[in-house]
Design a protein around this ligand. Structure first.
Ligand code: IVH
Length: 678
C-alpha cells in the first residue's frame, strides 16, 4: 500500500472503531456484530504493527494499557472538585427548594435531576478534542493522574466528535463505576484465582482505576458517565440540562436516567420513580443529585467551602434493616473455605427478603462481636450477597457466648485447618462440598492431566452419584458414561482411555493433584525431588519438611495437617487399590509434558492481544516460565510495541525473537485477542 493509502486506511479504521465503540458502549445500540468489530480491530492492529511510526496516542489500539508506573503522580485540579451536601428526608428537600427561591428571589426554580452514581469522581481534560489527562478527585484540590488507566475505558472517547465543534480546552467531571453483573463476574474470577474479592462495585471501580499497572485496568470492566463541564475555552450552554446534551453531542456518555423538573414536587416524583427501579438497574446508585438548572443562577448561589449551594444529593433510604440472628451456621465452599453465615429472622431489605447473611470470616465475627440472639443491621450493598453490617446493642440483653469456628467440617467431619482469619476443611478429597473442585484439580493439566474430564463432566459424574471419591474415577465403566448427556460411545471410550492413561503418574504431579493447600506445582516438584516416595512424604513430620529450603512453616503446617487426616490417607489407599501407581521423582520425561515445558520467556514492549498477566499465565500453563531479564538461559524473547534494550541483548546472545503473533501461535492462542468486547 502506498504511504498515503496506509494513512487513509488507518484513519478510516480508527474512525469506524470509534464510531462503533460509541454505538456499543455509550448509546447501547451496536450496528455490527462482535466478529465484524474484531475484524476491524485486528486489521488496525496489523496495519499499525507494520507501520509503528503511524501509531497515534488516540488510536483505539492504545487502550490496552502501558508499562506499569512506580506510583500515581499527584496533580492539581484546574477547578476545585467539590462534594455535595446530602439529605434524606422530604422536609429537607422542601427546605432546599425554599432556600433556593429565597436567595434567587423568585417563586419557581427549575431543577435538573439525575442519579447519584456510586463510583468515583474523575476530572477529564480534552485539548483540541483529544483526551489529554484524567485525574481522580483526591482531596478536591489535588488528585492522582490516572490518564493511562482512563484510556482503557471503552466508553470514554479518546477524541471528541468533530461534527459538533468543541472548545479547544475542555474539562469535564464524571463518575467511573462498574456494572453489577461485571462486578460479580470480576469477583468470581478473582476468587477463582485465589485473590480477595472486592466488597462492592465502588471499591472494585476504585481499585481498578487506581492501578499502577494499566494493563490490569484494561481487563477490568469500568464505565464512565459525565455530568458537569468544569471549564471550557468557549461559552457553554445556559443550563445544566443543555450542558448534558452538549456533552452527549461531543460523544461523551451522560446519565440516561435524567429528568428536567419544573418544580420540587417533580424532583420528589423523580426520586420516588428512581428509587423504585433501583434494584432493577444494572448499576448501583444511592440517590439522586438535584441541580438548579440555570447556570447563571448556579453562579449567583455560589458555593460553601466544600460544596455548591445550588446542588444537593437526595439520598435513598439506606438498604439496611434491623433483624435478629437466630443462629450462626458455617458453610463450606468449593475450595474448602469455611464461611460463617448468620441465619436471620427474615427481613425485607430493599425489596428482597433476606434470611441469611454472610459474616465473611471468623475475624469479622469477632470484630463486630456478633453472637446468636443478637440484634443486627443487615445490608445489601452493591453486592448481591447480603452482609451483617453491625450489631445493635439492646439495653439489658442477655447475650450468648461468643461464636467459635468448629473444629470439624460441618459437611464431612474432617478436621478444620487455619490460615490467619481463614478456616478450611482439611478433607479436600473426601468433603462433599469440595468434591467437584477436588476432582477438577486432580484431573487438571499439571496434575493427572486427564483429558476430557472438565468442569461439566465432573459436575455430571458427581451429581449423578457415579463418583463419590477420587478412587471412583478408576471404576467408571462405559455403561456409566453413555447414560450421561453429551456422551456417546466414542467420547466415553476416549475418556476411559485417558483415565486409564493417568494410572501411572509421577510423584510431583500426583502431589500437585491432591490439592494440598500451599502445595502448587513448584512445591510439588521440590517435594518430589527431596523425597524418594509418597510413603516417605506421608510419614514426614514438621521438622523434616522445614529442613527443605523452599518449605516454610505454613507449607509444613499444611502438609502435616493434610496427612494427619485419616480420610485423606484413605483416599490414597483407595487410589492405589484402583491401580494408580505413583512413580518416584519428577515427570521430566512425562509424555504429557508440552513442548514448551522448562522454557523461559522474556517480554519487551507493549502487547496488543494479551495483558502481561494473561501472557504470563499462558506461558505458565504451557509449563514454561517468564523471566524479567534476558540471559543465556532465555529461550524466547517476545517483542511487542516499542521494545526496549532487551531486544538488543537477545540479538547479541542469539536468543530466538518472537513477534506477538508468533508467540500467540506458539502457545496456541492465535485467533483469540483482547480486542474482543466484554
Ligand atoms: S455533581 C459540584 N452529579 O457524588 C457538583 N455528583 O457526594 C459535583 N456523584 O464526589 C458533583 N453522581 O463523585 C454529581 N450525577 C452526579 C453524581 C455525582 C455521583 C458523586 C460525585 C461526588 C459525590 C458527592
Amino acid at each position: 500500500m502506498a504511504h498515503a493509502d496506509t494513512v487513509a486506511r488507518l484513519t478510516t479504521l480508527r474512525n469506524e472503531i470509534r464510531r462503533h465503540d460509541n454505538l456499543y458502549y455509550v448509546k447501547d445500540k451496536p450496528e455490527i456484530s462482535d466478529t465484524e468489530y474484531d475484524r476491524l480491530f485486528r486489521e488496525l492492529i496489523d496495519l499499525e504493527r507494520r507501520h509503528p511510526d503511524l501509531v497515534t496516542p488516540d488510536s483505539p489500539t492504545q487502550r490496552v494499557g502501558a508499562p506499569p508506573l512506580e506510583e500515581l503522580v499527584k496533580v492539581p485540579h484546574e477547578q476545585p472538585m467539590l462534594s455535595l451536601d446530602s439529605i434524606i428526608d422530604q422536609s429537607e428537600v422542601q427546605a432546599f427548594d425554599q432556600r433556593m427561591k429565597r436567595e434567587l428571589e423568585t417563586s419557581s426554580v427549575e431543577y435538573s435531576a439525575e442519579p447519584k452514581f456510586d463510583g468515583l469522581s474523575v476530572e477529564l481534560r480534552y485539548d483540541h478534542g483529544i483526551f489529554t489527562r484524567g485525574a481522580t478527585r483526591g482531596d478536591g484540590t489535588t488528585g492522582e493522574d490516572v490518564t493511562i488507566n482512563l484510556r482503557t475505558i471503552r466508553s470514554l472517547p479518546l477524541q471528541l466528535h468533530v461534527q459538533s465543534g468543541f472548545p479547544d480546552h475542555l474539562v469535564v467531571r464524571g463518575e467511573v463505576y462498574m456494572r453489577l453483573d461485571d462486578f460479580q463476574a470480576l469477583n468470581r474470577r478473582m476468587t477463582e484465582r485465589g485473590d480477595d474479592a472486592f466488597a462492592n462495585p465502588r471499591n472494585a471501580a476504585s481499585g481498578s482505576l487506581r492501578q499502577l499497572d494499566s494493563t490490569i485496568t484494561a481487563t477490568r470492566p469500568l464505565v464512565v458517565t459525565c455530568y458537569e463541564i468544569m471549564a471550557a475555552s468557549t461559552p457553554v450552554p445556559p443550563t445544566h440540562w443543555d450542558e448534558l446534551e452538549m456533552l452527549a453531542q461531543w460523544g461523551l456518555p451522560v446519565p440516561v436516567l435524567r429528568r428536567l423538573c419544573a418544580s420540587i414536587d417533580e424532583v420528589m416524583a423523580f426520586h420516588r420513580d428512581t428509587e423504585s427501579m433501583r434494584d432493577q438497574l444494572p448499576y448501583e446508585i444511592d440517590g439522586v443529585v438535584v441541580k438548579v438548572n440555570r447556570l447563571e443562577w448556579q453562579a449567583r448561589l455560589g458555593m460553601k467551602s466544600r460544596s455548591p449551594r445550588w446542588a444537593i444529593a437526595y439520598k435513598f433510604t439506606p438498604r439496611k434493616e434491623i433483624t435478629i440472628v437466630q443462629d450462626i451456621a458455617v458453610s463450606v465452599g468449593r475450595t474448602g473455605t469455611l464461611t460463617p453465615v448468620a441465619l436471620l429472622k427474615p427481613v425485607e431489605v430493599g425489596g428482597v427478603t433476606i434470611s441469611r447473611a454472610t459474616l465473611h470470616n471468623a475475624d469479622e465475627v469477632a470484630r463486630k462481636d456478633i453472637r446468636v440472639g443478637d440484634t443486627v443491621k443487615v445490608e445489601r450493598a452493591g453486592d448481591v450477597i447480603p452482609a451483617v453490617a453491625e450489631r445493635v446493642p439492646v439495653p439489658g440483653e442477655q447475650r450468648s457466648p461468643p461464636f467459635c469456628m468448629p473444629d470439624h467440617c460441618p459437611v464431612c467431619g474432617s478436621k478444620v485447618g487455619r490460615e490467619g482469619a481463614y478456616f478450611y476443611c482439611t478433607g479436600q478429597l473426601v468433603c462433599g462440598a469440595q468434591l467437584k473442585g477436588a476432582i477438577e484439580h486432580f484431573a487438571s493439566k499439571h496434575a493427572l492431566n486427564i483429558e476430557g474430564l472438565g468442569k461439566k463432566t465432573v459436575a455430571q459424574l458427581v451429581d449423578e452419584g457415579l463418583v463419590r471419591s477420587l478412587g471412583d474415577l478408576y471404576r467408571l465403566t462405559k455403561a456409566d458414561l453413555v447414560q450421561l448427556e453429551g456422551f456417546a460411545d466414542r467420547s466415553a471410550t476416549l475418556l476411559l482411555e485417558s483415565i486409564a492413561g493417568s494410572k501411572t503418574v509421577s510423584l510431583d504431579r500426583f502431589l500437585m493433584g491432591l490439592g494440598i493447600r500451599q502445595v502448587g506445582q513448584h512445591i510439588a516438584k521440590v517435594l518430589a525431588r527431596e523425597f524418594s516416595s509418597l510413603e516417605e512424604i506421608m510419614s514426614a513430620d514438621r521438622e523434616r519438611f522445614q529442613q527443605i529450603r523452599e518449605v516454610g512453616p505454613e507449607i509444613s503446617e499444611s502438609l502435616v495437617a493434610y496427612w494427619s487426616e485419616p480420610r485423606n490417607r484413605d483416599v490414597i489407599t483407595q487410589l492405589q487399590g484402583s491401580g494408580v501407581q505413583v512413580a518416584p521423582g519428577m515427570g521430566v520425561h512425562d509424555r504429557r509434558e508440552s513442548p514448551l515445558t522448562g522454557q523461559t520467556f522474556v517480554f519487551t514492549g507493549g502487547l496488543d492481544r494479551f495483558t502481561r498477566d494473561e501472557a504470563q499465565r499462558a506461558v505458565e500453563a504451557a509449563g514454561a516460565r517468564v523471566a524479567s531479564s534476558v540471559s543465556k538461559k532465555t529461550s524466547y524473547l517476545v517483542v511487542g510495541r516499542d521494545p526496549g534494550s532487551k531486544l538488543d541483548q537477545a540479538r547479541a546472545l542469539g536468543v530466538t525473537v518472537l513477534t506477538e503473533q508468533d508467540f500467540a501461535a506458539l502457545i496456541g492462542k492465535d485467533g483469540k485477542g483482547l480486542s474482543s468486547r466484554g
